[in-house]
Structures are given as C-alpha cells and as structure tokens.
Design a binder for this molecule. Structure first.
Ligand code: EPU
Length: 309
C-alpha cells in the first residue's frame, strides 16, 4: 500500500462537479488495477469517486477512505468492442467511438462522468443508456474479496440502477466492455453527438454553474407512465427557489446549482422543498438520484427523510 499515492486531509472540491469544499481524511489515487484491488482488499468501506458528478459530499468532511479512479484511464479497442477502465471519462469514450465509426456512445459526449460511475448508475440521456451496448464488467467483490466478470444478463440494469447500485458497498467496477454498432456514417454519429450537446446547452447548466446533474429520478405515475421530474418541479413553481448558496436552476427545475459557496446542507434543504412541493401538488414522491456521502448527524437525518419520502 505504501507506494500508492495517498493524501490526508484533502479537499474534494476538484473531485465533485458541485464544487463543494469537503475535507476527506484519506484520499487514494491508484494508477493500476492491481493498486485498486489492493486498496479494495484493505480499506474499510471506501467511497469510490470518478468525476464526482452525482455525489453530494458533506461540507463537514468525509471520514470514510476515498479512492479516486481518475488514473485508471486505459482503453482497449478491438472494433466493434471497446473495453475501458473505470476512471475513463465518458466524453473521451464517446469521441473515441466516433473516431472508430462506432455508434452507441453518442449520448456519453455530454455526460460529465467516468465509466465506473456511469455503469453503476446505468447513466443515460436522449433515449440511450449504458446498458444498451454493454457486454460485461470486471468488478471487485468486497464481500468475497476477488475479481468477477459479470455479463450483461446478470447486471440487473434498470432505469438509473444496476446490480452494483443495488448492493451498496459490495461491488466496485474496475472496467467494462461494450460491443458498439459499426456505422458507415461519421456524419450520422457526429450529428447525434452534436444534438446531445446542443440539447444540454439549451436546457442544462453544464459545468459553468456547478451542479450534480438531475437531483431526482424521473418518476412513473400509477399507470406506469414515465413522467419528467423537471416538468413536475417546474409546474410546482420551484425554479429559482434557493437556500443559502444553492438554487433550483432557471432553465431546468431538476438541477440545483451552486451559485454562491453552497454547502451540502443548502443542497439538501433545496431538495427537501422540491420533494415537498411536488408531493403537495401532484401526490408524487420524488426519489433522489444524487448520492450523499458524509456522517454529519443533521444532514444524515434529513437525507434519510428524503430517501424514505
Ligand atoms: N421540462 C419542463 N420544465 C423543466 C424541465 C423539463 O417543462 O424545468 C420538460 C421539458 O421541456 C421536456 C420534459 O420536461 O418536455 C423532459 O425534460 P428533458 O428532456 O430535459 O428530460 P428530463 O427527463 O428532465 C432526462 C434525464 C437527464 C438527461 C435528459 C436528456 C433523468 C432524471 N434525467 O431529463 O439526465 O440528460 O433526460 O436526455 O433521468 C441526470 O440523470 O443527471 C440527467 C441530467
């Protein structure tokens, strides 16, 4: 473990897209899969951080050891297969697929994520999702201490969920393999990528106003019809609602932006009001998409209320 890069009392601000200051006791930066598995075998309940685009870190710090995957960034290409390590950025994968004239990763171009996080939550946009072209993932099983290769049929993918997500703390994605669709048309792939970027630019804050993507999952109604959380939140009048430095984004009501040194508590308070007002107006309980990491007593209490609805 000695040679693995390690920092103590380290600020996670650059490692979360909300740009929350959060001091972590211990942060590790593995550079190989061997270093990663060594850490996973030895650390107690580590937090795995890719781009931190879906994680709300407590402003009062993180006691659990943190593993940042950004140096696990190798990609192997054998068209139409692409196999990439957990820390590879999703826009990079999208651009690589484009260069290879492979279709299926267009939606990843605008997701500010890493592959490990995207697989774990089965990230998606524009009617595409990680599960669409997924073949298998190598994961570390912290319960049985070993590496497993899990095929698509055993990944239990669903809307923003997977086997990994359903078993918090048990499995950690090391790498994932995809079989994409060969295409004759660079232009077609590029056009879909451009449309994905354009749609984001018009309705989402991107990274210019720090945020964690959609705060809530999209719900379904009693007849199982898909609804948009953003639309419901908008109709409940939440755009511009703020608490401290956190505010519901004006162009899309399912985003909370950090407009002025927001704390994690500000973010949670905004989420509570969003959940409450949508429930009051539509009798629909929104479920958080964002994950909270921290041990602050008050925040944990509020977060558990949010999770239970
Ligand atoms: N809408 C409003 N007001 C709003 C927001 C949206 O009226 O404030 C309307 C839109 O005009 C549109 C509908 O609601 O008619 C759906 O909105 P949008 O197309 O923006 O999609 P979404 O369901 O809000 C989902 C994903 C996004 C993904 C987009 C684009 C979830 C929770 N959100 O948003 O993913 O980028 O589709 O495909 O599944 C994320 O998961 O973090 C995320 C940002």
């Amino acid at each position: 473990m000695k040679e693995i890069e390690h920092r103590i009392n380290y600020n996670l601000k650059p490692f979360n897209t909300l740009r929350i200051s959060s001091i972590a006791d211990d942060v590790y930066f593995p550079k190989t899969i061997d270093e990663m598995t060594l850490l996973l075998a030895n650390l107690d309940n580590p937090v795995i951080v890719g781009n931190g685009s879906n994680i709300l870190f407590s402003s009062n710090g993180v006691k659990r050891p943190v593993i940042v995957t950004k140096y696990l960034n190798k990609v192997e290409v054998n068209p139409p297969f692409i196999e990439a390590m957990a820390g590879v950025s999703t826009p990079r994968l999208s651009n690589m697929a484009f260069e290879l004239r492979l279709s299926g990763f267009e939606f990843l171009v605008g997701l500010p994520a890493t592959l490990g996080g995207a697989v774990t939550m089965n990230a998606g946009a524009n009617a595409q999702a990680v599960s669409d072209y997924f073949v298998s993932a190598k994961v570390y099983d912290t319960k049985d201490d070993g590496v497993l290769e899990i095929p698509a049929c055993d990944m239990e993918f669903g809307y923003r969920t997977s086997l990994i997500k359903k078993n918090p703390g048990r499995y950690v994605v090391l790498s994932a393999k995809f079989e994409l669709l060969p295409s004759d048309s660079y232009i077609g792939i590029k056009q879909t990528m451009d449309e994905a970027l354009e749609k984001r630019k018009n309705s989402q804050p991107g990274l210019k106003e720090p945020n964690l993507g959609c705060a809530f999952k999209n719900p379904v109604d009693k007849e199982d019809n898909k609804l948009s959380a953003g639309k419901l939140l908008d109709e409940a009048g939440l755009k511009g609602y703020l608490s401290g430095g956190a505010m519901v984004y004006f162009n899309h009501a399912n985003f909370i932006i950090n407009f002025n040194e927001a704390t994690s508590l500000d973010y949670i308070n905004v989420m509570r009001e969003m959940q409450r007002l949508v429930f009051d107006k539509f009798n629909i309980m929104l479920e958080p998409e964002v994950v909270y990491i921290g041990s602050d007593k008050k925040e944990l209490e509020l977060w558990n209320i949010l999770l239970k609805g």
